[in-house]
Ligand binder design. Structure first.
Ligand code: HEC
Length: 132
C-alpha cells in the first residue's frame, strides 16, 4: 500500500477519500445474540478463548463485528484476505498503529488456522440475516 499512497498528491488524497466516503457501506445484518458457535473460529469470534486470554472479537468489534464508534473498526463484510493480512501483520510486528496494542496480543495468540477461520467467518457476515 505504501508505494501507492506515496504516489498520491495531497489533492488526490482528498478527492479519493471523498469519493470513497460517498460510497454506500455494505449493510451488515447483526447476528442474534442467541446464535451458538458451530466451530472453533466462531467460538473465538463470539465467546473468545479465555484459557489463552483471548476476549471475544465481538466484545470490542460489536455484535456480529459491525464495528463500534471510531475506535473499533467493523470486521463484518470485509474481505477475508484483508482481515487475514491485518492479523498476520500484527503477528509479524509490521502493523503496530494500535495505540494501546489491543490487537497485537490477540493476533499473536491466534494460530494460522484460527486467523483463516475468524477472517472467513466475519467476511461471511455481510448481509447475512439470522432470524431471532
Ligand atoms: C480489546 C478489544 C478488541 C478485541 C477483543 C478485538 N479487537 Fe480487533 N481491533 C481492536 C482495535 C482497537 C482495532 C483498531 C486498531 C488500529 O487502529 O490499529 C482493531 C482492529 C482489528 C482489525 C483491523 C481492521 C481494519 O479495518 O484494519 C482486525 C482484522 C481485527 N481487529 C480483528 C479482530 C479479531 C479477529 C478479534 C478476535 C479474535 C479481535 N479483533 C478482537 C480491538 C479489539
Amino acid at each position: 500500500m505504501q508505494p501507492l499512497a506515496k504516489a498520491l498528491t495531497e489533492e488526490e488524497i482528498v478527492s479519493v477519500t471523498r469519493a470513497l466516503a460517498a460510497m454506500p457501506a455494505p449493510a451488515a445484518v447483526p447476528l442474534h445474540r442467541s446464535v451458538m458457535p458451530v466451530n472453533t473460529a466462531q467460538k473465538i469470534a463470539l465467546q473468545g478463548a479465555w484459557d489463552r486470554q483471548i476476549p471475544a472479537c465481538v466484545s470490542c468489534h460489536g455484535p456480529a463485528g459491525v464495528g463500534v464508534g471510531e475506535a473499533f473498526p467493523p470486521l463484518a463484510g470485509q474481505p477475508a484476505a484483508y482481515l487475514v493480512a491485518q492479523l498476520n501483520a500484527w503477528q509479524s510486528g509490521a502493523r503496530h498503529n494500535d495505540p494501546n496494542d489491543l490487537m497485537g496480543h490477540i493476533a499473536k495468540s491466534l494460530t494460522a488456522e484460527e486467523v483463516q477461520g475468524v477472517a472467513a467467518y466475519f467476511s461471511s457476515l455481510s448481509g447475512q440475516e439470522v432470524k431471532p
